[in-house]
Design a binder for this molecule. Structure first.
Ligand SMILES: CC(C)(COP(=O)(O)OP(=O)(O)OC[C@H]1O[C@@H](n2cnc3c(N)ncnc32)[C@H](O)[C@@H]1OP(=O)(O)O)[C@@H](O)C(=O)NCCC(=O)NCCS
Length: 158
């Protein structure tokens, strides 16, 4: 710590360069929570959250066992009242009503965003890059922005 306070700018830059690969690697596994962390209910057997961002500002987020996530996913409960304008809109954030619940065995591919309220059924798969704006049936693959069902997980058509 003392070293950091006395180091010159170029020495700090050299140190940052040396540490960057370690920071980048740690970042890939860093769960981030915006809002009250006690509103995130992550079951112990959840396999991997990677660099998941969870926003609990307007609801609870529950992730059941055996769920896993690709990179850069977001579970967002937070919203603003768009009927308001200006600073009033910025401050008009509901405390509840937009819960997100991932049932057992859900797989979110990389770069998936879920907007609450949403319940994602058991063993559902959310394809990479998708935007989920509502409930997803169990054992179903959904894809796209907004995400729509494309097939069942056993390959059968809908
Ligand atoms: C969901 C997934 C597993 C489906 O794989 P698949 O069975 O090979 O899918 P298919 O190629 O049969 O796709 C079925 C349909 O969904 C569409 N689709 C598949 N993935 C899609 C995506 N990410 N976005 C939009 N549409 C998609 C296909 O175009 C196809 O549409 P069509 O029937 O009109 O041609 C795969 O697309 C995926 O997203 N994997 C996640 C990869 C990832 O994020 N890895 C990181 C580590 S977890």
């Amino acid at each position: 710590m003392a070293l950091l306070k006395t180091a010159k700018k170029n020495e700090l830059a050299a140190m940052a360069k040396l540490l960057m690969p370690f920071i980048a690697q740690a970042e890939l596994g860093q769960l981030r929570i915006w809002g009250d962390s006690s509103r995130l209910h992550l079951e112990r057997a959840t396999i991997s959250v990677n660099d998941l961002l969870v926003n609990t500002r307007s609801g609870h987020v529950t992730v059941e066992a055996d769920c896993f996530f690709g990179h850069r996913c977001m579970l967002l409960t937070g919203t603003h009242d768009y009927t308001k304008t200006g600073r009033e809109r910025l401050l008009a954030v509901p405390d509840s009503g937009r819960d997100i619940h991932l049932k057992q065995g859900v797989w979110l591919g990389s770069d998936v965003t879920v907007l609450g309220p949403a319940v994602i059924g058991e063993n559902a798969v959310i394809a990479a890059g998708s935007l989920v704006t509502g409930d997803v049936p169990a054992n179903t693959i959904v894809a796209g922005r907004p995400a729509k069902p494309v097939k069942k997980i056993d390959g059968t058509a809908l």
